[in-house]
Design a protein around this ligand. Structure first.
Ligand code: E4P
Length: 215
């Protein structure tokens, strides 16, 4: 499973990338706003930190504006994946980007039916939002399982990108199901690294090492 970091904070992205486990980055308008920076400059800087797919999202809602906006975002860097909402305008734009050879990440997906349509339109990635569905007492991970099966049934090349990840168990479940990608906030990436038995085991090794005769 590919691991993306879900962030527009260049310090977090640089730190996680230094661990050697980051394949790409996803952003969204809320994350860009949180960075407090200009959209184009922060996205360009992210592209210089991570040499992999970098998702940057449109904010237009009608296809007449979304299509040119998507083309402009794609020009920022060769690794840009244009993020488009799962609306009819988003599907229309996805189809046109597919025909123009521009990669897309169709976002705000909350059902397998929506995900099937995104694949039909030629999406490179589909982003089902697991945590936001869990918040409403659904089992978000069911959509990951359904979409992996549906795409496999028909040999659809769209990659399932598990998004809205809240905790390490989401990551493990996505990997068990066979999600192609999981995009993970920095806080959860840090939680994935840690285990109290690793810490106590290392402390014991280092303490025992003190009694080893040194020459
Ligand atoms: C990523 O592509 C999504 O925009 C993001 O994972 C949404 O996460 P949230 O539900 O925590 O905002």
């Amino acid at each position: 499973m590919e691991i993306f970091i879900d962030s527009a904070d260049v310090n977090e992205i640089r730190e996680a990338a230094s661990w050697g486990i980051v394949d790409g980055v996803t952003t969204n308008p809320s994350l860009i706003a949180k960075s407090g920076r200009d959209f184009r400059s922060v996205v360009h800087e992210i592209c210089e930190i991570v040499d992999g797919p970098i998702s940057a999202e449109v904010v237009s809602t009608e296809s007449a504006k979304m299509i040119p906006e998507a083309r402009e975002i794609a020009k920022i860097h060769r690794n840009i994946v244009v993020k488009l909402p799962l609306t009819t305008a988003g599907l229309q734009t996805t189809k046109i980007m597919f025909e123009e050879g521009i990669k897309t990440n169709v976002t705000l997906c909350f059902s397998a039916a929506q995900g099937l349509l995104a694949a039909k339109a030629g999406a490179t990635y589909i982003s089902p939002f697991i945590g936001r569905l869990d918040d409403l007492a659904h089992v978000g991970m069911d959509i990951i399982e359904e979409l992996v099966t549906i795409y496999d049934n028909y040999g659809l090349p769209t990659k399932v990108l598990a998004a809205s990840i809240r905790h390490p168990r989401h990551v493990v479940d996505a990997a068990l199901i066979g999600s192609h990608v999981c995009t993970i906030p920095f806080k959860v990436l840090a939680q994935l690294v840690k285990h109290p038995l690793t810490d106590s085991g290392l402390a014991a090794f280092l303490k025992d090492w003190e009694s080893v005769p040194k020459r």
